[in-house]
Design a protein around this ligand. Structure first.
Ligand code: NAD
Length: 487
């Protein structure tokens, strides 16, 4: 990896890694520039792995697998616990690195590091509690024993929006289960993944247990790994479109898939809601990572009686946010990941305006260097606008007015996605009733943030398959083996 001088001043040199990480060795290389979205400058260049590199990573993961699988759970647990501690000790440098390559504001980056490290602590604890079953058959013919074994080599593919947490949410349970892994981080944000691999080695992760590859050609490289019969698991977080392609690829060798895909979260506010709490929750649900989150509130449905006050309050809060470089300590809203992302947001907002929406703040990309789009509130948005159906992935809050509970549920479900939803009301019966009606994997009730390592994270419909985190997350990396025993 080549570090450019603009990068050197920001991050701790101890966390500078040297390239592809395969079998515990760093392989230097170049070919993928990494940009600072706050300025557009190239800050580093990382290697562009070939299919041959990917096969070397599979070889390394295979060579390490028997030893890792046989390592007592307590020992695997303690390695993960040390990794948690090292991430915590290096939290500030890691957060700076994330702000630099991803652009998110430092408070968001610090929050991400805390959240990311917690997956290692949680799965350090779960590693020593892998469940089994002992059952009597109803017929009395024999005894049923169920064991859980590590599924095998896992390919982990992560997006750029949470470069640390999406990796630890997969590596934690995989290593706890006894699997060896190949991580392919997004090309936009590889530096965080490399830095974490360095800390993993320091924590005692044996060579080959975690391998890290960056590539410009994720399609062919991933297909080659999935075609190899030694690879038994694909855990992917990213867009629904790429998820569909990978499910088709994985079908060829019947590889087990966990899929964390796109979202289009509704945020429903009833007349009886605590307005201040709803506004506070709205800001968290919308503006964490400047809106670049799969759980981001994408559609605000607000009941007629509270609608105008909600729009006024949201507009005041959004307009007051300080926009700037991610790593500037004063920044509350950083840049988008790329210029293309800004163009997509601009297109969605322009389309909504063409169909009758009105902006109460923001509404156009900011001129100058860096990829900035300002916090924006739209009201009077048509349910036919593209923005009502597409993931915005930016700091734009479209507000829609509704009258009845049934209408709110119908509107909330009018999407192919079903990852996250939010409901604000003082009536708990209504909250639970609406919660049951909304097709979603996760529901925040009077709360704008649901992510927690101890909870099952995931979606229904085209938002994904399987769950990460919680007590079931480890089972995504295990196979049940049934022993029919007669004695
Ligand atoms: P993306 O799908 O473009 O990329 C995700 C990852 O897949 C990257 O590492 C990318 O290099 C890789 N990739 C791209 N094409 C591939 C291919 N053909 N084969 C193999 N790998 C390929 O998504 P993105 O733009 O990086 O991330 C944003 C998306 O991720 C949003 O849709 C967001 O909702 C989703 N996301 C979901 C969750 C969740 O938990 N459900 C969390 C974060 C992000």
């Amino acid at each position: 990896m080549t570090l450019h001088t603009k990068f050197a001043g920001y991050a701790d040199p101890a966390l500078h890694a040297q390239g592809l990480y395969i079998g515990g060795q760093w392989q230097a290389g170049a070919g993928i520039p990494v940009l600072n979205p706050s300025t557009g400058d190239v800050i580093a260049e990382v290697p562009d792995a070939t299919i041959a590199d990917a096969m070397s990573a599979v070889d390394a993961a295979e060579a390490a697998a028997p030893g890792w699988r046989a390592t007592p759970a307590r020992q695997r647990s303690e390695i993960l616990r040390r990794w948690f501690q090292l991430m915590t000790d290096h939290a500030e440098e890691l957060a700076t690195l994330i702000s630099l390559e991803n652009g998110k504001a430092l408070p968001d980056a610090r929050g991400e590091i805390g959240y990311a490290a917690e997956f290692f602590r949680w799965y350090a604890e779960e590693a020593s509690r892998i469940p089994g079953e002992y059952r009597h058959t109803p017929s009395g013919s024999h005894t049923i024993l169920v064991d859980h074994e590590p599924i095998g080599i896992a390919v982990l593919i992560t997006p750029w929006n949470f470069p640390a947490a999406m990796a630890t949410r997969k590596i934690g349970p995989a290593l706890a289960a006894g699997c060896t892994v190949i991580l392919k981080p997004a090309s936009e944000t590889p530096l965080t993944a490399f830095a974490m691999a360095r800390l993993g080695a320091e924590a005692g992760v044996p060579a080959g247990v975690v391998n890290v590859l960056t590539t410009r050609n994720p399609g062919p490289v991933t297909s080659a790994m999935l075609a190899d019969p030694r690879v038994r698991k694909l855990s992917f977080t990213g867009s629904t479109g790429v998820g569909r392609t990978l499910l088709a690829e994985a079908a060829k060798t019947v590889v087990s898939c966990s899929m964390e895909l796109g979202g289009n979260a509704p945020f429903v506010v009833f007349d009886d809601a605590d307005l201040e709490a709803a506004l506070e929750g709205a800001m968290i649900a919308k503006m964490r990572n400047a809106g670049e989150a799969c759980t981001a509130a994408n559609r605000f449905y607000v009941q007629a009686g509270i609608h105008d006050d909600f729009v006024a309050g949201l507009t005041a809060r959004m307009a007051a946010l300080k926009i700037g470089a991610g790593y500037d300590p004063a920044t509350q809203c950083g840049p988008m990941i790329t210029q293309k992302a800004v163009q997509k947001i601009d297109h969605l907002v322009s389309d909504a305006i063409r169909r009758g929406a009105r902006t109460t703040t923001g509404g156009a990309p900011l001129p100058g260097t860096g990829y900035f789009y300002p916090p924006t509130v739209l009201e009077g948005v048509s349910v036919d606008a593209e923005i009502a159906h597409e993931e915005i992935f930016g700091p734009v809050a479209p507000v829609y007015r509704f009258e009845t509970e049934e209408e709110a549920i119908r509107l909330a479900n009018n999407t192919e996605y079903g990852l996250a939803a939010y409901v604000y009301t003082r009536d708990l019966k209504r909250a639970m009733r609406v919660g049951k009606g909304i097709e979603t994997g996760m529901l925040g009730i009077n709360r704008g943030l649901m992510s927690d390592p101890a909870a099952p994270f995931g979606g229904v419909k085209q938002s994904g398959l399987g769950r990460e985190g919680g007590v079931t997350g480890i089972l995504e990396f295990m196979e049940a083996k049934y022993y029919a025993v007669e004695f």
